[in-house]
Every structure is written in structure tokens, then in C-alpha cells.
Ligand binder design. Structure first.
Ligand SMILES: Nc1ncnc2c1ncn2[C@@H]1O[C@H](COP(=O)(O)OP(=O)(O)OP(=O)(O)O)[C@@H](O)[C@H]1O
Ligand SMILES: [Mg+2]
Length: 602
């Protein structure tokens, strides 16, 4: 027995195990509210049973005893019973909704926290819309499953027990006859459940694909329009929409198959009751009250019986969403909390790579024993051919990925041995693609230092050469930037992102120089802003512009995951090695004054 019981829960994502987990992890915390709801459900189920019972009294008072005062008394009692049932139903409905909303809210928070603790490779392997589908479906499914269960037990089961009791009191024999249909109903319903589960899973997947297509089209709306891809996007969406429509129809067919089944079996049961009960009244002289009360109880019980019969079908549809939720919550975090690691303690901010080896995928080395030093307060420029590993160097300093061998140290401390938060807190990163968040210019700059004063924000904007153009907007610092900052020009976006990095006042600056060409005026402003940002800080810049490279204190030529050469611009040119040929091929045209802004092809 216990072996069988345990095997029920062996599959962590099987129905029994998931239901148990829902109850333990989500329902238990709200047990008091649930208890009150149960009591109220019991009250309303009792009221329903009593009203069926009373019908027998009414009929006997009217037709057998022919007593008008008796009828009035029963009528008044009915008012009371219905009022009590109404109040109890209101109470438990509101309570259950409140608990459900709490469960949804806590799941949304938990899922989002979990998402923020994932590392970059987790995101590289997945489409962002998958999370959106999981976040929305998963968070809602848990509360919906719980409500299904609670309603099934509290409302339907209690009501059914009450009404069957009335039926039994009124006429035990017919009651037993009608119960004969229960076992065949259960056997037939079991078959439907298995099909429902696979249909519901497909519905979820197709739904995620629809969100994916919509989101991609929206994010790439410029490309869609410029390349007139509307028809192609339409075609992609159409396929998923058609698929999900088909699955939803299938779901409806299978799930509703329970109804004709239950109605037919219910018909047999009531036919038996009518014939036997009628026979008792007509032939054996029984009073009609019991007979009618029995029929009323039976008819009232039918909807609850149907709900219970459908419970497994509905529950298994919802559990697909719950499973998705549990899968996300159970997967180990890529960036777990590091409370036990000490914070990074900076003095001069000297960054060193010592024989660092790393690859994004196993057996595909990207850095093959890289060593270099970024001197404190100096600008180190990384140059080299595309795919050489420059962006990888920045990713590793930020500890977006863990290295395989060697060590990255800042002021002698291994960055893997200090907490991620303290490491990233000392680094200001300005990426190649500027990302601004929804909100105003002020809010976006403030993200560099939460709680910064207006004076600090203005000072940072001034240093980033952004203040003048910001003040040129009618709303000034309160100008909304639009989604991804699309309401600003490319150069303006860059300067705001530099202001955001400046206000952070971090001792280490990582800069991935933008390759997008700006007009010479913007270019000059951005260059000046960057010069301001790097002043006196340890800066590592992936440089594409000759002006940045020429002013760097040291240039590292990164090629094939190694430092091929290093030195200053003139030293390296004189040497006539990799840098010299790189310069001749890619940088020299920038040297001509008229073409000062031509940027490198990556
Ligand atoms: N997330 C990733 N997953 C797998 N491989 C990656 C990933 N990012 C980069 N790579 C690979 O790592 C190698 C180095 O990439 P990296 O981005 O560091 O080059 P880069 O020097 O910055 O080039 P570019 O000048 O074009 O930006 C490339 O071969 C690239 O294909
Ligand atoms: Mg790069």
C-alpha cells in the first residue's frame, strides 16, 4: 500500500505530486483564509440541502395536511435560508479571489526574481517571449488550479454530500439505485484526462510562438516596414494562430465530451428514481412530499456532480501551466546569491588577466591563455579583427561568464572570489548598443546611481555633453525617451548612456565603442563625453576610432583569443607587425582630416 502510495508521487511533475506541492507551497500559507472559506462553503451547501428537504414539507403541508399557516411558516424559513446562502456565497467567493490574487502576485515576484538570477548563457539559449509566456501562464495557473480544487471540495463535494444525505433520508432505496451510475461515469472520464493533458501542452507551446512572433515584429518594426516584411510576418503568425485554433477546438471537443456522458447517465438515474418513486406514491400510498424532495435534491445535485466529473479535465489543463511554473522555479540559478563571498575592496583598480582560458561552448576555445594588465587610471584600448575575443574580455570582467582556467584579478583579488554585486558595483559599462529604459531622461540617468540628486544628474549630463540638448527639449529632463530610447537620436542616446555611467562614479570603466557612424558634430560631443568619463579611471575600451586608439596609454591587439601585440600607437606602427598592417587596412583612412568620422567596419 505505501509503495503504491509513494509511486503516485514519484514523478515530480505528475498530477498527484504537483497537486500536493500546490497545497504545501501555495495553499498552506493561506490556510486560515481557506478555513473560513470552507466554513462558508459548508454553510451554503447546507442551505442548498435544507432547501431541497423543505420542498417535501411544502408539498406535504399543501397537499396532505392542507395547512395554510404551515405553508407560510415554511415560506418564511425559505427566505432565511436563501439569505444565508447568498451571504455565505458572497463571503467565500470574495475570500477565494483574494487568496488567488495573492498567489498570482507572489508567483509573479518569484518568477521575476528567478529570471534576474539567471546568467547570460541562459538567455542566449532562449527567446525572451518564452519567459513572457511562462511568467503570465505560470503565475496564473497555480491560483486557478487551487481554486478549482478548493471549489471542488468546498462547494461541489459539500453540496453533493448534503444533497445525497437528503436523498438518503427521503428514500434510501432510490438513492442507492441512482448511485449505481457513478462507477461507469468514472471509468469513462479517466480516458478523457489523458488526451486533455497533451492538448493543453500544445496550446501552451503554440501560444508562446504567437507571443514570440508578435514581439519580434514589434521590436523589429523598422526592419519589417523598410523591407516590406508585413506579408512574411503575417504568414508566420498565421501558422501559429491556425495551430492554436485547431488545438483549442480539439480541447473543446474532448473536454465537453463529459457533458453528454454525464447527462445521459443522469437521465438513467432520474428515470429510475421517477419510476420507483412514482410507483411508491401511486401504488403503495406514500406521501408525495418525499418523492418531490428527492427529485429536487437530485436535480440540485446534478450540476455539482458534473463539476466534480469535469474537475480532473480542468485540473489537468491548468496543471500544464503549473508545471511550467515549477520547472522555472526548480532549475538551478545561473547566478545564485553569493552572501558568503567578501566584497571587492578597491585601491587603485589595477585589472589583470593571467593566462585566461575561456569558451562559450565546450571544445570551442575563444580565449586561449590571454594575459595583460590594464594599468590603474590609464586607458587600455583593445583592437583587432572581428571575432578575435574583444567583447568577450569585457564580458568576463563583468563576470557574465565563468572562466575555465587562469585568473582575472582586480587589485590582486580574484574576481571569482568576491561577490558579483560588489564587482559590478565598481564597474561602469557603456555598451555598443545603448539601452535606455522606459521613462524620462532624468530617470534614465538616475539608474546609474539610484537616489541621485537633481544637481548630480545635471552635473553628469553636463560632463557627458548632454545638458544642452536636453535643455533644448520643451520638457527638458522630463522628456520621455520612448521604448529603447527611440525618441532620441543615436548620438543623444549615447551621451545619455555616458551620463548614466558618469554618475555611477565607478573606478573601472568598460567601454564598447559604438560602430554606428554619427555626424561629425555628434561624434565630437560623444568623444568629449568619453574623454570626461575615462579621466583618471582604469578604462578598457574596445576601440574602433583612430582618435580613441591614438590617445590610449596602451593598445592591445587581440587576435585569435590572444594578445598578439601591445604598446603605444607610434611604437606599434614603427614595429611594423600586426598592428601596422591592421592600421594600413582599417584605420588609416580615418587619419585623413576630411574623413575624421569614418568608422571602422567591424
Ligand atoms: N554568446 C556567445 N555564444 C557563443 N559564442 C559566442 C558568443 N559570443 C561570442 N561568441 C564567439 O566568440 C568569439 C569571440 O567573440 P567576441 O564577441 O569576443 O569578438 P569581438 O572581438 O568582440 O568581435 P567584434 O569586433 O566583431 O565585436 C566569436 O567567434 C564569437 O562567434
Ligand atoms: Mg565585439
Amino acid at each position: 500500500m505505501s509503495g503504491w502510495f509513494q509511486s503516485l508521487f514519484a514523478d515530480p511533475y505528475g498530477t498527484p505530486a504537483m497537486v500536493r506541492r500546490l497545497l504545501v507551497e501555495h495553499a498552506y500559507a493561506h490556510r486560515r483564509l481557506y478555513a473560513v472559506a470552507f466554513v462558508l462553503m459548508g454553510v451554503s451547501a447546507g442551505a442548498t440541502a435544507i432547501s431541497a428537504y423543505l420542498l417535501g414539507d411544502i408539498i406535504n403541508q399543501a397537499y396532505v395536511h392542507r395547512s395554510f399557516p404551515g405553508i407560510v411558516a415554511v415560506g418564511l424559513l425559505a427566505v432565511l435560508i436563501f439569505a444565508v446562502r447568498g451571504a455565505a456565497t458572497y463571503g467565500h467567493s470574495v475570500l477565494l479571489s483574494r487568496v488567488a490574487n495573492k498567489v498570482v502576485a507572489s508567483n509573479q515576484r518569484q518568477l521575476f526574481d528567478k529570471l534576474l538570477k539567471e546568467n547570460l548563457s541562459f538567455f542566449a539559449d532562449r527567446h525572451s517571449s518564452e519567459f513572457i509566456a511562462r511568467l503570465t501562464t505560470g503565475a496564473a495557473a497555480a491560483s486557478q488550479s487551487l481554486n478549482l480544487l478548493i471549489n471542488a471540495v468546498g462547494r461541489d463535494l459539500f453540496t453533493l454530500i448534503g444533497l445525497v444525505t437528503v436523498m438518503f433520508v427521503q428514500d434510501p432505496v432510490i438513492c442507492l439505485i441512482t448511485l449505481l451510475v457513478v462507477p461507469p461515469a468514472m471509468i469513462l472520464l479517466r480516458k478523457l484526462v489523458r488526451r486533455i493533458r497533451s492538448i493543453a501542452r500544445k496550446q501552451f507551446d503554440f501560444n508562446a510562438r504567437i507571443i514570440e512572433t508578435m514581439q519580434e515584429a514589434l521590436q523589429g518594426i523598422r526592419v519589417v516596414k523598410a523591407f516590406t516584411l508585413e506579408d512574411e510576418m503575417h504568414r508566420r503568425l498565421d501558422a501559429s494562430v491556425r495551430d492554436i485554433e485547431g488545438e483549442s477546438n480539439k480541447w473543446a471537443r474532448v473536454a465537453n465530451r463529459a457533458s453528454p456522458l454525464m447527462e445521459t447517465l443522469g437521465g438513467f438515474a432520474i428515470a429510475g428514481a421517477i419510476i420507483y418513486g412514482g410507483y411508491r406514491v401511486v401504488e403503495a400510498g406514500a406521501t408525495p412530499g418525499e418523492f418531490f424532495s428527492f427529485i429536487a435534491a437530485f436535480l440540485l445535485a446534478l450540476p455539482s456532480a458534473k463539476h466534480l466529473a469535469r474537475l480532473n479535465i480542468e485540473l489537468n489543463s491548468q496543471l500544464v501551466g503549473v508545471r511550467v511554473l515549477f520547472e522555472v522555479l526548480d532549475s538551478p540559478s545561473g547566478e545564485p546569491d553569493e552572501v558568503h563571498k567578501p566584497p571587492l575592496a578597491l585601491s587603485t583598480a589595477r585589472v589583470e588577466f593571467a593566462d585566461v582560458r575561456f569558451g562559450y561552448r565546450p571544445d570551442e576555445p575563444v580565449l586561449r591563455g590571454m594575459s595583460f594588465v590594464a594599468e590603474p587610471g590609464k586607458v587600455t584600448a583593445l583592437v583587432g579583427p572581428s571575432g578575435g575575443g574583444k567583447s568577450t574580455v569585457l564580458n568576463l570582467i563583468l563576470r557574465f561568464y565563468e572562466i575555465e582556467a587562469g585568473a582575472i584579478t582586480i587589485d590582486g583579488q580574484d574576481i571569482a572570489a568576491v561577490s558579483r554585486g560588489s564587482l559590478r558595483g565598481q564597474i561602469a559599462y557603456v555598451g555598443q548598443n545603448v539601452h535606455l529604459f522606459r521613462g524620462t531622461v532624468r530617470e534614465n540617468i538616475e539608474l546609474g546611481k539610484l537616489g541621485a540628486t537633481d544637481a548630480e544628474i545635471v552635473a553628469a549630463a553636463k560632463a557627458a555633453h548632454a545638458h544642452d540638448f536636453i535643455m533644448g527639449f520643451p520638457a527638458g529632463y522630463d522628456t520621455p525617451v520612448g521604448e529603447h530610447g527611440f525618441q532620441l537620436s543615436g548620438g543623444q542616446r549615447q551621451r545619455i548612456s555616458i551620463a548614466r555611467a558618469l554618475i555611477k562614479d565607478a573606478p573601472v570603466i568598460l567601454l564598447d565603442e559604438a560602430t554606428a557612424a554619427l555626424d561629425s558634430e555628434s561624434e565630437r560631443h560623444v568623444q568629449e563625453a568619453i574623454a570626461e568619463l575615462c579621466k583618471g579611471r582604469t578604462t578598457i575600451v574596445i576601440a574602433h576610432r583612430l582618435s580613441t586608439i591614438m590617445h590610449a596609454d596602451r593598445i592591445l591587439v587581440i587576435e585569435g583569443g590572444l594578445v598578439a601585440e601591445q604598446g603605444r600607437h607610434d611604437e606599434l606602427l614603427r614595429k611594423g607587425g600586426r598592428y601596422a598592417s591592421f592600421y594600413r587596412l582599417q584605420l588609416s583612412e580615418q587619419a585623413a582630416p576630411s574623413a575624421a568620422v569614418v568608422t571602422l567596419a567591424r
